[in-house]
Design a protein around this ligand. Structure first.
Ligand code: ADP
Ligand code: MG
Length: 237
């Protein structure tokens, strides 16, 4: 158990005032900052994809969510954009150490893709993103994390290594994303995921994305998400 009581008082975990019950139709409906809207326009994202229409208001409202949709449906932006809003909402931004947003993905390729997507939008607000996965020197990664960041995109094994090396702590983390959860289970990352989740305060916002929901993933979701909204788009197992 970490002592987060002091810090907790100053945290705005829930992004207030957003109506989670109605899907949005345009990015303008999301109440994003002008800077973020510019970054979205730069990506030539004209309108939100179906999963984004459903997921954005729910995630922006602060609720936990399970997103089930096939590859290529635009899941990344549906958790990255609200993550930027969540981070900008923290009143003590810059005072504490460690990432606020933590994204876990099964492979370095996937983690790298999310890292690139997150960077495009994080840049709009000077938010720092670090990528943590195998194939990069541990020392370089250690140094980068020590310099500080607000978002970490990681594969579970390497993230655990970095936590053990004290390159970062999960003390400030309040927004957790498990992307491609089914693949993380297939690759045997369940113990690492549980260890990471166990280090993040329980009143965090948690999002789980998966192409399929096998029983083991369903069980994990029941254990680590709080009253999640389930979003299913398209025909998926
Ligand atoms: P998923 O994680 O569901 O497999 P991605 O988030 O990787 O999908 O998105 C797939 C592709 O669609 C990416 O190239 C991404 O840049 C693009 N994309 C995402 N959202 C939009 C949007 N609203 N409009 C146009 N393209 C988008
Ligand atoms: Mg994806």
């Amino acid at each position: 158990e970490q002592d987060v009581s002091e810090y907790k008082k100053s945290l705005a975990i829930r992004v207030s005032g957003f109506d989670a019950s109605r899907p949005i139709k345009t990015f303008e409906d999301c109440g994003f900052s002008a800077e973020l809207m510019k970054a979205i326009a730069k990506q030539a994202y004209e309108k939100p994809t179906p999963i984004q229409c459903q997921a954005l208001p729910i995630v922006l409202s602060g609720r936990d969510a399970i997103g089930i949709a096939k590859t290529g449906s635009g899941k990344t932006a549906s958790f990255v954009l609200p993550m930027i809003v969540h981070i900008m909402d923290q009143p003590e931004l810059g005072k504490e150490e460690g990432p606020i947003g933590v994204v876990c993905a099964p492979t370095r390729e996937l983690a790298h893709q999310i890292y690139l997507e997150a960077k495009k939008f994080a840049k709009a607000h000077g938010i720092r993103v670090s990528a943590v996965y195998g194939g990069i020197s541990k020392l370089d990664q250690f140094k980068e994390l020590k310099a500080g960041c607000e978002i970490v995109v990681a594969t579970p094994g390497r993230l655990i290594d970095m936590i053990k090396m004290k390159a970062l702590t999960m003390l400030r983390a309040t927004y957790l994303v498990l992307d491609e959860a089914d693949r993380m289970f297939d690759l045997g990352f369940e113990p690492q995921i549980r260890s990471i989740v166990g280090q993040i305060r329980p009143d965090r916002q948690t999002l789980l994305f998966s192409a399929t929901m096998p029983r083991k993933v369903e069980k994990l979701a029941r254990e680590i998400l709080t009253d999640p909204v389930r979003i299913t788009v398209g025909e998926v197992g």
